[in-house]
Structure formats: C-alpha cells, structure tokens
Design a protein around this ligand. Structure first.
Ligand SMILES: [Fe+2]
Length: 304
C-alpha cells in the first residue's frame, strides 16, 4: 500500500509588503485583487491546522499542486520554501507550479532556484526545461507538468505546450511497461468547465495524450474546490481530482481539505481508495468522504 497525499493552492499569507518597483507589472492588479477579493479566502491559521492534520497521517508522499504564493513577489518564495520544508524533504514532497507562482516573467527562475529540489525529476536538473519530470516512489510514478506561464493581467490561464505533451506521450507508455501506477500532476484542471480566463488552453491536446497512452490518476489544483471527474483512457476512464485551497477557513464557502489516495495491487489489478479530510463547520478536521477509484479503468488489464 502506498499513501499519497494531495493538497493544493495554499496561497500563503500575509502577503509581504511589495516595493513600488515590484508592482510595476501584472503584480499591481494581483495586489489589488488580493486585498479586495482573495484574502478572506486564505487564512494561515487554517493552513496550519490542515498541515498538522496531514502530518498526523501515515503518508508515503505529499503532492502539492501549485499556487504556493500569490503575486510572485521575491519575498513570497522563502515563505513557499518554508512550507515545503515543513511538509517534508524533497524526497517525500513533490511540487508542480501554479499560475500564481509564475505571475511575471522573472518568476520561473526564482521558483526553480527557491523550490527546485521539490520539482525535479529523479535525475533532474533545473537547467533547460525540467518539465515534465518523473519521480519514482515505490510502485508509484509521479509525472509533474508545468502549466504555469506569465499571462496578461486578469488572465489565469495555463498551457502545457507541445514540447511537454510530446515528452508525456513518450513517458506514459514507458512507465506503464515498467509496471508503475502513473500519477500525473498538473495545476490547471484538464477536465470540466470554467470561465475562459481560467482555462487550460490545450486541455484537448492533453486529453488526447491520455486517451492514447493512459494514466492511473490525474491530480490538479487551481479551482479551489473538491472535484472528481474523469477523462477517457485507452481502457476505461482515468479519474481527475481536485481539492479546495489548503488555506480556506472553516467558514469559507469551500473550506480547506486534502485527499489521501491509498494505492494497492499491481498492474492490471490496481486499487485506489480515496479519503478526503478537511474542515467541518465547527472548525475541527475530520474525514469528510471515502470512496473507491478502483472501478474505473484501474482494474482493466494493460494491453500487451
Ligand atoms: Fe489558486
């Protein structure tokens, strides 16, 4: 049994005070938006409780699905690093970046330098393009994509891009042949409906790669809501799951929660049990739901 935890979108706060020069970019819109609209939905005390609850669970690995920070201020990256270190060592914690981690052009360099060990493949380097990366942990292979690109103000779209999709199309069958339970990590959801300014621009191309080569599980962030969808794989449906922001307070419309996936079995007989833990209205954290993801394409025998 391998236990994988999935949390996302902590949007760490309080937001550090920016210099005037640091706001001469898309950050200005993001800064105003943070105070007018976003900040009530993210409470560091809520995040602290969620992290403590997660640390009390028996997990083998933690996947963080992006948006550690808000407007990519230089002073936000050490906050992100501190959270990652609190969650665990780079060996046991994997990150993919979100659009708020890459708000401006210089952000990519900064997150690769501040958080690099957490988003590198097993033999990775931050030189060139580290995405998609692969991390093999027990029977699980984590495949991390980046959809995080600087976009114009008011846009929160993401793009995988042809280069990553081509590499993904090569990795998925190879990892299946090696007998791994393949978990794709991607910040922007590749399924479901959302407003045009928040979409994954090449979701259809991503789904085509999964339809051809399959995966056992696809995990995402971005929507700040519990979500359980599926997309077509070559032998059945592939579950696509999202979680609320890890810092949403208990009184929020979508309180913080995280998922635990217990992966068992072997190729052709995979099992995956889902447990969701998060805030109840009284502010305590409990198991909110349990279900089995095993009915979908997981138990179908791999093609020979
Ligand atoms: Fe987010």
């Amino acid at each position: 049994m391998f236990v994988l935890a999935h949390l996302s979108d902590p949007h760490l706060s309080p937001l550090p005070s920016p210099g005037i020069g640091e706001l001469m970019s898309k950050r200005l819109v993001g800064y105003i938006n943070w105070y007018l609209r976003r900040s009530p939905h993210h409470d560091p005390r809520a995040l602290d409780k969620i992290v403590r609850d997660l640390q009390a669970q028996q997990t083998d690995h933690i996947a963080v699905l992006g948006d550690l920070i808000n407007i990519s201020l230089p002073a936000e990256y050490p906050m992100g690093r501190a959270l990652l270190i609190r969650l665990g060592s780079p060996e046991n914690v994997t990150l993919v970046p979100g659009n708020h981690d890459a708000y401006v052009r210089t952000a990519r360099e900064t997150y690769l330098s501040a958080w690099g060990e957490y988003l590198l493949g097993d033999r990775g380097t931050t030189q060139g393009n580290p995405f998609p990366f692969v991390r093999k942990r027990g029977k699980v292979a984590l495949i991390g994509l980046s959809t995080a690109l600087p976009t114009l103000p008011f846009l929160a779209t993401g793009t995988v891009g042809k280069a990553q999709l081509d590499r993904l199309a090569g990795l998925l069958p190879a990892l299946e042949r090696e007998g791994f339970f393949r978990v794709v990590l991607i910040h922007h959801p590749p399924a479901g409906k959302r407003k045009p300014h928040k979409i994954l621009t090449d979701a259809a191309a991503f789904r085509a790669v999964i339809a051809a080569h399959g995966a056992e599980l696809i995990l995402h962030g971005h929507d700040h809501r519990q979500s359980h969808l599926a997309i077509a794989g070559p032998r059945g449906e592939v579950p696509v799951l999202g979680v609320p922001s890890a810092s949403a307070p208990p009184a929020d419309e979508r309180p913080a929660a995280y998922n635990l996936y217990r992966v068992g079995g072997a190729p052709g007989t995979w099992t995956c049990e889902l447990e969701t833990r998060g805030f109840r209205p009284d502010g305590t954290i409990a198991t909110l739901a349990r279900s089995s993801l095993s009915e979908a394409g997981l138990s179908a025998a791999p093609a020979r």
